[in-house]
Ligand binder design. Structure first.
Ligand SMILES: [Cu+2]
Length: 139
């Protein structure tokens, strides 16, 4: 019986942790940043968030190419452990299709946003490529 590629993709992060697959290296000048909104901005929901990346390329999840990764948007949370796959929940959004922007619904009030790039199996690079954690206010 042929294994579904989806199942293989889902299992890869588990295998990475169990087998201690080495983290993908990142180039020294790699930088991820939030183009928009700006730190301290007051915005309306839905909020368009634009991702910026220098020194590396974007590749979809599952594609193992050197010096590439896909974006993860952390909403109202600290960065997760950087030596294992990034969780997937309402605070950790994966952009495994290679997206470079998104639009999110946020309740009125203060929120924080941060980007972390991670490799084909959702594990941050070594050294990790993380943006500043910005604060915004939704009016
Ligand atoms: Cu991911």
């Amino acid at each position: 019986m042929k294994k579904s590629p989806v199942i293989v993709l889902l299992l890869l992060p588990v295998v990475a942790v169990l087998a201690q697959i080495p983290r993908s290296p990142s180039p020294q000048d790699a930088e991820v940043y939030i183009v928009s909104p700006k730190h301290g901005a007051t915005v309306s929901s839905p909020v368009r968030v634009v991702f910026g990346l220098r020194g590396m390329g974007v590749a979809p999840a599952g594609v193992n190419q050197p010096n590439t990764g896909h974006h993860h948007l952390l909403i109202d949370t600290e960065a997760p452990p950087l030596d294992r796959p990034i969780p997937a929940d309402e605070h950790h959004k994966h952009f495994g299709g290679g997206q470079t922007e998104t639009t999110i619904e946020l309740a009125k009030g203060e929120h924080t946003l941060q980007l972390v790039l991670a490799d084909y199996i959702h594990v941050p690079h070594d050294p990790a490529v993380c943006s500043e954690r910005i604060a915004i206010t939704v009016r």
